[in-house]
Write a protein that binds this ligand. Structure first.
Ligand code: MG
Length: 421
């Protein structure tokens, strides 16, 4: 069997969902998904210069070919998004050609269902962001009754974008959202606490005022009041604070027994993150900005992190994800993968989460996307049931993309598989 062509489509959901289809010289195809990046499909299309004619089952060697090809052209991190999607699609083909689910090739499974945590943003669900994080209103969202959000300035203190304090930052709104998601059966939730407030003196200096910390703690308290001890709570800070500010927040949250506090300080300064991590009993998580095992090794060996949150649609693929999870395991660190994908990327992550011992919970970011389950062929009912995804036993990923549904949500100006932009 040989690779014939790599094609893409982009779906305009809450983020861009970049789907890869690897076609072979037989009728078999593989599906993958990449973490969002501007102009990503152009990078993926370039892989047609090197992959056709290769055996799709030589997954690791082909990843090395792609790394060499894209690394030399300076595509840097975006290249890993492309490689991740193609790698997942290759595993789908491997699984289908041997008649086994992907998790079997990653070491076999530790569990039959994967615990999902729902990302609840800032208490409000419906939003969509462009690849450069500007709020947008895709056609499907414009048709819904809710009026589109006003376009705010891009606030570096809150990349979620669209909320005013009056509308969404109140503890009551957070509590309402928590109650809803608890009723849906989730056993873990995550909320943003880095929301814009009138208590800040400066949007750029990474400082937290006492009143900002009070507000953040009141959000945590409101949500924990609803969740109790049955449902875990994580909070996200999106790299916004300085070391001491992050420490003051983390310590103020200690009585609430958080599952984790995510990305308190800007990424890639491992020692700054380590100072936060060792200074608080609140577990500190990071990983969604890191690539390949090398960057994760540095985090782990420095003792800079309590919980690792790699994104398998960007780190370099599922096998790279398995290696990163193994590195975490030898440091007795749990893995809670970041995930903002549609169903293809989410299911790929499910296979890996089933196969690693130190798995904690997998993110799901798409609660407000009404067509998430409609995109799936090969599975009955909602993918997430009672806060878990059952690990599929069908060959490969175990699901296919419903292309007729995908067509309805395609991003204008992007190719849709064999149809040009
Ligand atoms: Mg995050």
């Amino acid at each position: 069997m040989r690779i014939a062509k790599i094609e893409t489509c982009v779906l305009e959901a809450n983020y861009d969902w970049t789907i890869v289809k690897v076609k072979t010289d037989s009728s078999m195809v593989g599906w993958g998904e990449a973490f969002v990046a501007p102009s990503l499909t152009g990078v993926i299309a370039q892989l047609n210069e090197i992959l056709p004619g290769e055996d799709p089952r030589d997954v690791d060697r082909l990843c090395r070919l792609m790394r060499t090809a894209l690394g030399s052209s300076g595509t840097a991190s975006m290249g890993f998004h492309a490689i991740s999607a193609v790698e997942i699609a290759l595993w789908d083909i491997v699984g289908k050609s041997y008649g086994l689910p992907i998790y079997q090739f990653l070491g076999g499974k530790y569990r039959d269902r994967v615990r999902i945590y729902a990302d609840c943003h800032a208490g409000e669900g419906l939003s969509s962001l462009s690849p450069v994080l500007l709020p947008r209103t895709p056609a499907w969202m414009a048709k819904r009754s809710r009026p589109p959000a006003a376009k705010p300035e891009l606030n570096p203190k809150y990349h979620g974008g669209q909320k005013s304090e009056a509308a969404a930052v109140r503890p009551r709104a957070y509590a309402r959202r928590a109650r809803l998601m608890k009723q849906r059966g989730f056993t873990a939730l995550k909320f943003d606490v880095d929301v814009p407030t009138r208590y800040s003196f400066d949007d750029y200096n990474r400082a937290l005022t006492p009143r900002e910390i009070d507000l953040m703690v009141s959000l945590v308290a409101a949500v924990k009041g609803v969740l109790g001890k049955e449902v875990d709570l994580a909070i996200d800070c999106h790299w916004n604070y300085g070391v001491n500010d992050a420490l003051r927040l983390a310590r103020a949250c200690e009585p609430y027994d958080l599952l984790w506090l995510e990305d308190p300080v800007p990424p890639l300064n491992t020692d700054a993150l380590r100072r936060v991590t060792v200074g608080t009993t609140t577990p500190i998580a990071t990983g969604e900005n890191h690539y390949q095992r090398h960057q994760f090794r540095e985090l782990l060996e420095a003792g800079a992190v309590d919980i690792l949150a790699p994104d398998f649609q960007k780190v370099g693929g599922l096998l790279e994800g398995r290696r990163i999870a193994d590195l975490a395991d030898i440091h007795f660190v749990a893995v809670a993968p970041h995930n903002i994908s549609g169903p293809i990327g989410t299911m790929a992550s499910v296979h890996l989460c089933a196969a690693i011992p130190n798995f904690l919970a997998l993110e799901w970011h798409a609660a407000a996307v009404p067509f998430f389950d409609d995109l799936v062929l090969g599975r009955r009912g909602p993918m997430i049931q009672n806060g878990y995804i059952g690990v599929p036993d069908r060959p490969g990923l175990g699901i296919e993309l419903n292309e007729a549904v995908a067509w309805k949500y395609r991003k204008p100006g992007e190719p849709f598989f064999d149809r040009p932009a």
